[in-house]
Design a protein around this ligand. Structure first.
Ligand code: GH3
Ligand code: MG
Ligand code: MG
Ligand code: MG
Length: 311
């Protein structure tokens, strides 16, 4: 069945594919009851470092998808002992959109109706049997590129360019999702760097950027269990869905002290930096009410000497 290959094109595609897929974190699920066909697909995929999963029935396929959420590509045959590829595809589409999980339907080249039905039912693509390695790799590559590009765009839209922290927009999305789960015990803090303008004025804007990135790293690691964000220029916000006020105040005061102890070094300059923090618990008016309150406490912290936590 294997069509004549153009070795150079094949090599080129292989290189592209391995480069695209260097992190090996992407899983591919093959749902096909025919052993020969399934083995051919998985051995091609494994040669390119994909983590592959095999299923002989539709049910097994859906179970694998539930269990392994790094599966981003599904290759599905239509003839399955317990179901059809089209039905499984419809079930996958109820859980995940085209840009989250790509599905490629396996059709027979004689059966143009089936390939059309796959596409109409939400498949990203189809592969008509018999196919050559070159075509197989082209289609896999294109679909993975699509998924990865969407992921890149999403990440860029959700994060702050300078620090990589979630941005303000993404912060509100995550808080909305978290507050649906845990509406009782919530805290929010606004963190503002003290006299940050002085760092820019004294050591230059690059040093300011460096300082922001370093502080963002500390925010990110300290509050990895919560929802941190870069909120504005030199201001960060942290939402804690499951923590009481007294515990939160203690956590933020430890953070403040740890930061004040850091000796920042940039191009031969050595300096310290501090933050003021306003912390509040759940308020009427939801997260916007909490933000207003936290901002008042932050203002208090600034007016009573800085490098302190108010609540
Ligand atoms: P305060 O203690 O009252 O907060 O004083 P401050 O100097 O930190 O506050 P102010 O609001 O006067 O100045 C904030 C400065 O942050 C001004 C702005 O140029 C700087 N800034 C904001 N975003 C960035 C950035 O992305 N990079 C750098 N280098 N500076 C930034
Ligand atoms: Mg500020
Ligand atoms: Mg200010
Ligand atoms: Mg400031």
């Amino acid at each position: 069945y294997i069509l004549k290959e153009n070795e150079q094109v094949y090599e080129y595609l292989s290189v592209l594919l391995s480069r695209l897929h260097k992190n090996k974190s992407l899983g591919v699920l093959v749902v096909d009851n025919a052993r020969v066909s399934r083995n051919r697909i998985t051995s091609l995929l494994r040669r390119h470092n994909f983590m592959t999963y095999e299923a002989m029935t539709g049910q097994q396929g859906l179970e694998s998808l539930t269990r392994y959420n790094h599966i981003k590509l599904v290759i599905v045959a239509n003839d399955l002992p317990d179901s059809s590829g089209i039905k499984i595809l419809s079930e996958i589409r109820q859980r995940a959109k085209k840009e989250d999980i790509a599905v490629i339907g396996l059709a027979d080249s004689g059966d143009t109706g089936l390939s059309a039905r796959f596409i109409k039912s939400g498949a990203n693509d189809y592969l008509a049997q018999p196919y050559g390695q070159e075509e197989f790799l082209c289609r896999i590559m294109q679909n993975i590129e699509y998924i990865e590009n969407i992921e890149l765009i999403r990440r860029a839209a959700n994060s702050d360019f300078l620090t990589g922290l979630p941005n303000r927009r993404h912060f509100f999305e995550r808080v909305a999702a978290a507050t649906q789960l845990a509406p009782i015990c919530q805290c929010l803090a606004l963190i503002d760097i003290d006299h940050f303008k002085k760092i820019n004025d004294t050591y230059g804007h690059d040093c300011g950027d460096y300082t922001l990135r370093e502080i963002a790293k500390l925010v990110s690691s300290t509050f990895s269990q919560h929802i941190p964000a870069r909120f504005g220029g030199e201001e960060f916000c942290v939402f804690m869905p499951n923590i009481g006020l007294q515990t939160a105040v203690k956590i933020f005061d430890d953070f403040r002290q740890a930061l004040a102890d850091i000796e920042f070094k940039f191009e031969g300059k050595v300096f310290h930096c501090a933050v003021s923090i306003g912390v509040t618990a759940l308020e009427h008016g939801g997260v916007n009410g909490m933000l207003r309150k936290a901002d008042e406490y932050l203002y208090q912290a600034k007016n009573t000497g800085r490098n302190r936590v108010e609540h």
